[in-house]
Design a protein around this ligand. Structure first.
Ligand SMILES: [Zn+2]
Length: 87
């Protein structure tokens, strides 16, 4: 999706809210902890309406890994290197 191609319909009408967030602070948020929320950048396909959201600050990814419980895949590390966005 970040490459401008919709993973659902494969069209290229993909738009991102990242500039809106950077300029205005207006964004979707997910709670990191009781005290802190994390801003998301949304990517929308205007052909089919599909939306993907990404954590906007890369440094917050390690905070999530520190705080949130890990979700174990069915066969552990065998799934580690599968490509993302294979929905
Ligand atoms: Zn689409």
């Amino acid at each position: 999706m970040k490459n401008g191609i919709c993973p659902r319909c494969h069209h290229t009408q993909v738009y991102s809210s990242s500039r809106l967030r950077a300029e205005t602070g207006n964004a979707s948020f997910i709670p990191l902890s009781f005290l802190r929320s994390i801003a998301l950048d949304n990517y929308v396909c205007t052909n089919c309406g599909y939306v993907e959201s990404y954590v906007s600050e890369p440094e917050m990814l390690s905070r999530i890994a520190d705080i949130w419980p890990h979700v174990e895949p069915p066969h552990g590390k065998n799934y580690k290197h599968l490509p993302k966005n294979q929905a």
